[in-house]
Design a protein around this ligand. Sequence first.
Ligand code: ZN
Length: 501
Amino acid sequence: MSGRWIRIFVLTAVIGILVVGGWWFYMMAEAESTAVMPLHVTGDVEEVLTIRDPGDDRFDPEQIALRDATAHAVSLEAVIAAASPAAADYDVLLVGADGRSALLDGADLASGRIALTGDYGWEARMEDHPPASNIKNLDRIVVISRGAPPGETISIVAPGKNLAHFTPGQLYESGLQQRWMEVGRSSVSKEDRTFETVALKRRKAVDLEKLVDVGPGEQVWAVGELGEVKAVNGNDVLYLDGNTLVLSCADGNVRIDRLRGLIIDPPGRMITDVRDDAERLLRQDEPVLLVLIDGLGWHQFEYATEEGLSPVLSSLPRPDCAMVAYPPVTPVNVAASLTGETPDVTGIHDRRVRRANVPTIFSFARDAGMKATAIVGPMQGVELEIDPVLCTDAAGTGSTDDDILRAALERVGEGYDLMLVHFKDVDRAGHEHGDTAPETLRQIARIDGYVGQLLREWEGHVVIFSDHGMHETVDGGDHGMFLAEDLFVPYWKIDWRDRVE
Ligand SMILES: [Zn+2]
């Protein structure tokens, strides 16, 4: 063998040893690091963290002296900052694997370290605090918001009542139970025997009864972040998963993976009934007028009735209370009412998407060869399958509702099977002045008169509804939150024979 070949052979062998050795060291290092119990940072945080490495640069790693030795440690403040707490003011719950926990003010954590020790796993070392805060075998760090605004909480409401608001972090402090839930099953057959395993996971179940009184026989609806609405069954389980609340069947099948709120004793109707009611009537060759009064909450209608400011609407048969789709904003509920589907199906969750994934009632009318029109303001947020009549403020009154009324009255006797009329001014006044401000009530009174004019001319059935309500803010009103004021609206379905003469 020549010297050249020997050199190549030796070089190849050295490279081989380095590669194999490197791989071996890497695998050993991996094996060592996976043996560290993970530390979870959860609760009211933007990002749930799992920490396995005490040398992670994000957390100001250092060596600290602990029980005559040194230990790797990270800064508690840096760990929490990396998870991005949802609120400015919060408490921190340090939870040990054995259940021992310590609740600390989130503003006082500067001296706190989390050390990784051979004896006690992750271990809190709070220099300025009493020793009771030095939790050993630390399993999780829970951030708990103080006084989060209702818009950023999970809420429990009933028609006319906001019952409770809480954050996922706050749930850790109340009403949690451990519960084993199935996540899968498998089996292996060997010779003539079968070995079965049921895979389970320990969940942090939420006891609904501890959060809110549910009367006997009272229904509960769960509403998800995507606008899904599901009736809660007796067997369903609510559990916390990181920073979200999950509604699941008892067998582990998830029904809603990000719960937004619960409705106790829900009303008999949903906004999606508009489509079903209209279609049923059209199938019976009954013309339908849909009147959408933007931003008229149930409580606003009741107040206007008490004040005698809605003589037409108040003289009609008493309306049903209807729940609108979440979030309670116009495009979401124009889509939900006209398609008969909730936002998880329509795909319209805000203003960004204009075309629903499913057809509206106008598609049905068009395909049935019916005469249909929609009379709306200058902008139509949701695409319909017909060209709407767009009304601008031609008379310069500062409002388009008078123009909309005029356009509707011009067409009302022209043999339409389906007509949608969408008035905007109650919403506008509500934003500007507040849900029950005198200016808003004046607009309700004005639109009440407009409805009266339409009803006098229209021959057929009428469905009058709203797309959302309105709640009071410091400088007027707003909507879009999981609040009773925003979510419930009046709903009239009037037979031709009951019309106002
Ligand atoms: Zn609005």
